[in-house]
Design a protein around this ligand. Structure first.
Ligand code: FAD
Length: 561
């Protein structure tokens, strides 16, 4: 029964993904020297490796015995856990701050009990009992969020002391319940991890098509609760666009929406639930729009002379409706990183590459930017869209890099998250920040963000830092900008440094008309900016809904606002 629980347990407590897997740095001999040079790391020894597991002390347990004895009547013993390993793994997500702390052996607060429900009815009973005993409940998918979304943060102290905190790990609710082929929908339990979901669907000839970079370790419920975006969002939309209906258990009862293609029955409650980050209820099941497994896939790479040219090319593809299923357009900074991620060419290939570089630099590609585009669908559709989109890209001076780069990108796409673990060992601070802006503001948001961060790098630490960006999701009205940055850790002030960067970058997004977050959600890390994002009245409306559905504030307290 505990198959997926055991699989889940294989994720590193101190980093990303499979403990037996690390970033394949040996295939990329240029990468570490380039990082060292870019952010002035002079030493070549590991200075910040994780402590040993046994050196981590968790907060004392605070169990509500009345709650637990009622829970034991509805769940089996192996669905209830209070072990130290289990509490540790549910104490935080995967942000830089989460990993920085745990690698040092610091875990501020752990949940007291972890429960593993198997069905919607069990979740309903758990929430009822928790509400009766004023016990906090944190819904937990894969724990991959990077905004502090699953951390125990309840500040409430009752006359009996602080409240007991329970984490509801949804991993056993991982079944594909049914498929309606005529309507192209599937009913799916919320705790399913990405790979199992796509495998179950593909065995029947279908696909969901949601591939966030965290795909291997994140869940359908987590994607819905954070309004996630996957790599193929240009073809299939963000997760909210794929949602047809759902069930969510709240302390005030269960919300069930209808499986219909569209509706005008008042405000859209599905859209209220997506992005609710576990503060309104527990999503147990969702009906999702699916599509047939694509017969043809075509991935290729292009080089643009600069960022602006590539943005114009994407905008024209979107405008004319010749939109690739996937676009990843890297600015100058990220292109340098991509070049250094490549295995070096040997022999004749390396000579050709050197010549090519020379030709490009004299023909105006001195600030080159790589674009990887993917086309998926049936053969004819792929051919037509690829031809038309390519014409537009070439009109904007795209230089073809062929299909090899597309293959390399596909092979490496789920390895990149492992790089953070590698560089953190050497005392490197690194983080990501994402936003979206309308086309008329996009270039300015990109430019200002790079400028502000570079200014900040100059005035902090040893004065160096790296920032790069890519465009990863496009819309008729604009696109998402995804920044990655890194600097040498300021020893003794690492967390101050992390929040310093976060403030600069987020303030810059907000000042220049972009959104607080395009897909990483709010958690507690982004909550200070929520009023600017949705206005004080908007915030009041959200708080009113929260208060109606969860009057005792037992669900994921301290998140979103
Ligand atoms: P968790 O982290 O477990 O939970 C996230 C939030 O959802 C919490 O508030 C939790 O309480 C709530 N929640 C979880 N399950 C439920 C449920 N069933 N009912 C109600 N609330 C629930 N995000 C993207 O969108 N696109 C990306 O490409 C992407 N890449 C990433 C790469 C890396 C390396 C990392 C570390 C993160 C990335 N993320 C990305 C962020 C993260 O993976 C997403 O936010 C993801 O949707 C979280 O899913 P999860 O199952 O891990 O949820």
């Amino acid at each position: 029964m505990l198959n997926s629980w055991e699989e889940y347990f294989m994720m590193k407590w101190w980093g990303w993904g499979d403990p037996n897997k690390s970033f394949p740095i040996e295939d990329k001999p240029n990468l570490w020297p380039w990082i060292k040079k870019t952010i002035s790391i002079s030493e070549n020894k590991k200075i910040a490796e994780p402590v040993k597991r046994e050196d981590i002390k968790l907060s004392p347990v605070n169990i509500s015995e009345d709650f637990l004895s009622e829970i034991k009547q509805i769940l089996k013993n192996d669905q209830i856990s209070t072990t130290e390993d289990d509490r540790l793994l549910h104490s935080y997500g995967k942000s830089y701050a989460d990993l920085f702390y745990v690698r040092k052996g610091i875990v501020k607060k752990s949940p007291d009990i972890i429960l593993y429900p198997l069905s919607h009815d069990e979740v309903e009973n758990i929430i009822k009992i928790a509400n009766t005993h004023n016990v906090c409940v944190i819904p937990f998918g894969g724990g991959t969020n990077i905004v502090g979304g699953v951390d125990p943060r309840d500040q409430t102290v009752t006359e009996k002391g602080p409240r007991c905190i329970v984490t509801l790990d949804m991993c056993l609710m991982n079944k594909l319940i049914s498929i309606d082929p005529q309507s192209q929908t599937a009913v799916i339990q919320a705790g399913v991890l990405g790979p199992k979901l796509e495998k179950d669907l593909s065995e029947k000839g279908w696909a969901l098509g949601h591939f966030p970079d965290s795909f291997e370790y994140s869940t359908l419920g987590g994607w819905l609760a954070t309004r996630s975006a996957g790599m193929q969002s240009d073809a299939y939309g963000k997760i909210e666009d794929m949602l047809v209906s759902l069930k969510m258990v709240t302390p005030s009862g269960t919300i069930i929406t209808r499986t219909t293609p569209a509706s005008s029955a008042g405000p859209d409650i599905n859209r209220l639930i997506v992005g609710s980050e576990g503060i309104l209820g527990v999503i147990t099941e969702a009906t999702m729009r699916i599509h047939r497994t694509p017969a043809a896939k075509d991935y290729r790479g292009y080089l643009f002379p600069n960022f602006e040219k590539g943005v114009e090319a994407i905008r024209e593809c979107v405008d004319k409706n010749w939109i690739p299923s996937m676009i990843r357009f890297q600015d100058e900074g990220e292109t340098q990183l991509a070049f250094n991620l490549k295995s070096p060419k040997k022999g004749i290939e390396s000579i050709v590459q050197k010549q090519l570089k020379k030709i490009l630099s004299v023909t105006g590609y001195a600030r080159p930017c790589i674009m990887v585009v993917g086309f998926e669908g049936d053969d004819k559709q792929v051919q037509i869209i690829a031809n038309e989109a390519t014409k537009i890209l070439k009109k904007h001076r795209a230089f073809s890099l062929g299909k090899g780069i597309g293959k390399t990108w596909s092979k490496d796409k789920f390895n990149i998250p492992y790089l953070r673990d590698y560089i953190m060992d050497y005392g490197v601070m690194t983080d990501v920040a994402e936003t979206a802006a309308v086309w008329s503001k996009l270039i300015n948001v990109h430019k200002k963000t790079i400028e502000e961060m570079n200014k900040y790098f100059k005035s902090h630490g040893d004065g160096t830092g790296y920032i790069g960006c890519h465009i990863s999701h496009t819309y008729k009205t604009g696109a998402c900008l995804y920044f990655t940055y890194a600097a040498k850790q300021i020893i003794g002030k690492e967390i101050e440094q992390y929040y310093g960067y976060k403030k600069i970058i987020t303030d810059t997004f907000m000042k220049n008309g972009a959104t607080l977050t395009h897909h990483h959600a709010v958690g507690y890390e982004h909550s200070p900016w929520m009023e600017s994002e949705i206005s004080s009245t908007g915030l009041k409306a959200l708080k009113g809904i929260k208060n109606t559905l969860d009057p005792k504030n037992i669900l994921n307290p301290g998140k979103v606002f």
